[in-house]
Write a protein that binds this ligand. Structure first.
Ligand code: PRP
Length: 537
């Protein structure tokens, strides 16, 4: 690293056309917001850390970029625009009449995950409508989000509505430990249908559990609301979303708006309708917003509020449409998972000859189904799906656990079954000492999490090749690794002493693709399910 000529991780210089594209989006949005009666507000790029923590802002501590000022106080580079605006509204604008319509065109700073290609500086342009808590306010803001996308996206867009109250009330009906509620939220958000079903199995008979187990699948058109009502009966939130949709339809946005009742991100912060916007060519949501009626109260001025932010660079940097973009693209993990996926696909009639005989080509269009397959190493499958250049992927749960899952994990394919285990040399008493244990592994994140949950300090040593060697050479006291038959451990005098997590192949889907290519993706998921049934006989 050369600190003189390099820029910090997650930041970059932007040159010429990139500036012009960004400016064009910002100009279009700020013109639109001003024309709709919103006034611009600029808040400092630096704020006190306490502002975000004490107001209940959901941004995790580790995502905030911190600075210590001359007096030793902790400051952060603004990680979000809404909280400072709420601070201003409750203090300097305290006597201004409500409702207040404010917009901003600012940069937020978040420390992202290394090597994900994500930026630490995110240009956001958004609005806050403060002091209006009725449905008309929701209609106004969501219609404005639609207009914002209409004005700036090249290939059409899609907005999905959810409601914070649904998950909150339903989860409260189950007598579930808070940690499990949080896990359930993550599984619903990630559309991890199978794991969600397992988590809720002990609550099986409870209507709320039945509803929650279906929540992540409840996305799409208006029929979703009827489906939800059939599961849970008449609920105010569902009625609300229906009327809201009708009003937005009457304004001409009907075909661009749908529902995702599994939108449960930042659920402690949002209090009513939640929405996200997607556009083709961007792998992640480009608009995020919702109603947050409690935030201003944290600053001593109770008032309802709703707003949204557009991710300016994501909109400006949308990749252009290419020939074949209407086809699905799937990334298969090279090797055994690739072979078993091909068998699965062939069971349901997909001609996989191009994948069986790949030659030197890297993209393999299937001749009788609108699907292109690419073959990649497991971590690359995750990268391609996360960035949306592949709509789907087949990858082992081991890789997902290690690298995170910024996508939907829709199906446990059942093959590639093995487990993560902690193994030690035969005859050693791993836990019988207070000395810090050394663990060799190819999966440092998995190992770190496992021991953290135990409250145990360990030293993790990352090994790239045969990890079994490390204890034999005296480098480590144990290993965390994949065990399938156990033969490798046995051959090296090691024994598994604890299971860390089960592993099998998963079908994963990019979040934006799931919304924008829903029919095709659902068809492929159904085919996979049918194939699995045929294989299991
Ligand atoms: C995995 C793992 C073990 C082995 C376990 O390695 O790292 O070494 O399989 O399998 P077993 O329990 O059936 O003996 P893999 O063969 O995938 O190769 P890698 O070292 O390249 O990851």
């Amino acid at each position: 690293m050369n600190y003189v000529i390099d820029t910090p991780e997650g930041t970059r210089d932007r040159l010429f056309s990139e500036c012009r594209d960004r400016r064009a989006v910002q100009d279009a949005l700020t013109r639109l917001f001003a024309a709709r009666g919103y006034d611009e507000i600029c808040t400092p790029e630096m704020e006190y850390y306490d502002l975000f923590v004490q107001s209940g802002n959901p941004i995790p501590q580790e995502s905030m970029l911190k600075i210590i000022d001359r007096s030793g106080r902790i400051m952060v580079m603004r990680p979000d625009c809404t909280t400072p605006i709420a601070r201003v509204a409750a203090t300097k604008l305290r006597d201004a009449p409500l409702p207040q319509r404010l917009y901003y065109n600012e940069t937020v700073f978040r420390s992202g995950v290394a090597h994900r290609g994500g930026s630490s500086e995110i240009a956001q342009c958004g609005v806050e409508l403060l002091g209006a808590g009725d449905m008309e306010a929701d209609v106004e803001v969501i219609a404005l989000a639609a207009e914002a996308l209409r004005a700036t996206t090249k290939h059409g867009f899609h907005i999905e509505l959810g409601h914070a109250g649904l998950f909150r009330d339903m989860a409260a009906q189950l007598d579930m430990p808070q940690a499990d509620v949080e896990r359930m939220r993550g599984l619903i958000e990630g559309k991890s249908y199978a794991a969600l079903g397992d988590l809720l199995a002990p609550y099986g008979g409870h209507p709320a559990a039945r509803f929650l187990s279906r929540l992540s699948g409840l996305f799409g058109g208006q029929a979703v609301l009827e489906e939800a009502e059939a599961l849970v009966g008449v609920r105010e939130e569902l009625r609300y979303l229906k009327t809201l949709y009708e009003k937005l339809s009457a304004l001409g946005y009907g075909s661009e708006i749908g529902f995702d009742l599994g939108l449960v991100h930042q659920i402690e912060y949002y209090t009513g309708v939640i929405f996200r916007g997607y556009t083709t060519g961007a792998g992640a949501p480009v608009v995020s917003g919702g109603r947050y009626d409690n935030l201003l109260g944290a600053f001593g001025r109770s008032a309802p509020a709703i707003g949204f932010a557009v991710d300016v660079d994501a909109v400006a940097g949308c990749r252009p449409l290419e020939a074949g973009d209407d086809r699905l693209r799937i990334a298969l993990t090279k090797g055994r998972l690739q072979e078993q996926t091909v068998e699965l696909f062939e069971r349901v009639g997909l001609d996989c000859t191009p994948v069986r005989k790949p030659g030197r080509r890297l993209v393999h269009p299937l001749p009788n189904y609108p699907l292109d397959a690419v073959l990649a190493k497991a971590p690359d499958v995750i990268t391609y799906v996360e960035h949306g250049v592949c709509d789907l992927g087949v990858v082992g749960k081991d890789t997902i656990l290690e690298h995170g899952s910024p996508f939907y994990e829709v199906l446990d394919l059942g093959f590639g079954r093995c487990r993560f285990a902690l193994a030690v040399q035969e005859g050693t008493d791993f836990y019988g000492t207070y000395q810090t244990r050394r663990i060799a592994t190819k999966y440092p994140n998995v190992a770190r999490r496992f021991f953290k949950e135990k409250g145990m300090d360990v030293e993790i040593i990352r090994i790239e090749g045969s990890v079994e060697l490390a204890p034999l050479l005296g480098l480590a006291d144990g290993i965390v690794d994949i065990v399938e038959t156990g033969a490798t451990l046995r051959a090296n005098g090691l024994v598994p002493i604890e299971d860390v997590a089960p592993v099998s192949a998963r079908l994963v889907v990019n979040t934006a693709s799931m919304k924008l290519k829903r029919a095709q993706i659902t068809d492929l998921i159904e085919k996979c399910k049918r194939g699995l049934e045929l294989i299991s006989g």
